[in-house]
Ligand binder design. Sequence first.
Ligand SMILES: Cc1cc2nc3c(=O)[nH]c(=O)nc-3n(C[C@H](O)[C@H](O)[C@H](O)COP(=O)(O)OP(=O)(O)OC[C@H]3O[C@@H](n4cnc5c(N)ncnc54)[C@H](O)[C@@H]3O)c2cc1C
Length: 497
Amino acid sequence: MQKYDVIIVGAGVTGLLSALVLSKHGKKVLILEKNKYVGGNCNSYEVDGFQVDTGPHAITHLLEGPLKRIMESYFDYLPVFEDYGDYFIRTHKRIVKVPSNIKEFVTFDVLPKMDRLLLSQAITKALTYTTFGMDLSKQSVYDFLPKNLSKDTYEFADAISYFLSGKDMKYTSAQRVLEGSAFLRDSVDPDQLENILKTDDNSSDSNEDDNEDKVLQNLIPFNLHTSLQTRLNKVSHPLTTLGRLATNKVSYSQGYPRKGLKSLLNAILYSLPKTVEIMVENPVRKILVEDGVAKGVIADDIYLADLVIHTGFAKDLPRLIDDLPSSYVKELEGIVQTKSLTIWLGLDTTMEAFNYIGSEIWFKEKPYWAMPISNYDSSLAPEGKQLVGFSFIVDQDKGERSEIKKAYETIYNAIPNIEDHVEMKHEQIIIPEKAAVTINGNFADIRTPVRNLYLAGTDTDRRSMGITRAAYSVIEMLRILTTDGNLHRRGEKNSSP
Ligand SMILES: Cc1cc2nc3c(=O)[nH]c(=O)nc-3n(C[C@H](O)[C@H](O)[C@H](O)COP(=O)(O)OP(=O)(O)OC[C@H]3O[C@@H](n4cnc5c(N)ncnc54)[C@H](O)[C@@H]3O)c2cc1C
């Protein structure tokens, strides 16, 4: 029987980041992953000579967000981020930059002039409310919008809502849209991680071994691509909410990892100390609980640990643990999820239609979000060719096949001639976030009713999205472990297998 300090269920980006930070705090960690490969939804692989990612990704909040904090403090190797570029709206006639502040919004002529004025007023009102501390997370985008807008404008609001929450504007909160479109700051409290790190440094009973355990705070330069770094340096002070209304600069802190999403995964894997053991194709079937305390897990064998951190779906817990309190099970059942469909098209040439750096939104009928990722890095496609990923939200009331068919029709309708250039097609249906931020959806707490069993991942934190949210959850989990006395337990040596 094996004994560890921590067992982590799941080797997605949350599980791997958790393993990285905990092992650098001196914990002996075992990660159990049910799939053949690690990385979960943060990965890249080859299809007919093109390198696709698990969905198109923009890595956000690189300027001051939680991933940057973890990278600076715990990574030994860093990915290089390419400047993300801009967001565009595609119409049948042209492609237009998405406004990132009110001034640009007023001249955004994809929508009727009167609607733009009404929308600007609605955004200003929402921002004023939040500036005075009002929480808009239970108010839907639809409730907030004027009721006499054109069909185009409602479709636009729906498309933005879909991409930020996975649900339409009636289920997406106004808060979500303000944060996701970077009108509002949703970044980590800069003191938060600092305080966690300080606990190590200031510990009165620290011994020599602790020096090795100490995190690599601020030793590593943040290795951003030069042009992105230059842009990031311009934004040295957090702007106030209303200041941001005029000069919205937050989207500057987005990037695409050079060589694809897997380079972020590789940077984490290479940074893991040798004390981290990873087992793949080893699903956790049960979490062992004795007298209300987690003791380990059952996978292909029994593995014991002082702490268990579950980074799969929180919704799966009732399957993994018998006798959870029914009120807790009910809370987990209230977590809302959506499914995404990504269609990757490998094109036999570089098309004029994708002659930009960034991503585009199609907001008519079936909205999509698309990224020509080979524009960041030509090695992702064979020479002279192009790779574009188109992501849709899957309507769960309709069959997957009809949704795929409709998605292809939408792409072929939106971009004239693209069909003639398609030489590779690849589809992915994935749950992008373990919990969607809707006005009625639940999130799980990091603490569970079982002592020493914690959760981490995108269903435990509402802030931001995707990998940024996963990083928030890891920082929050660290904070909670510290508070519970589980991060810096002194006088306990690492247990050996
Ligand atoms: C189309 C699409 C677009 C996206 N766009 C962006 C974007 O632009 N920016 C961004 O930051 N993020 C984006 N994301 C989201 C981002 O990829 C995910 O939020 C992130 O990768 C989730 O990481 P995770 O570790 O929390 O979860 P997962 O990747 O789901 O990892 C969980 C892991 O746990 C394993 N597991 C579960 N249960 C068990 C068990 N019982 N035993 C063993 N193993 C288990 C699973 O196999 C999996 O490997 C996008 C995702 C998609 C699909």
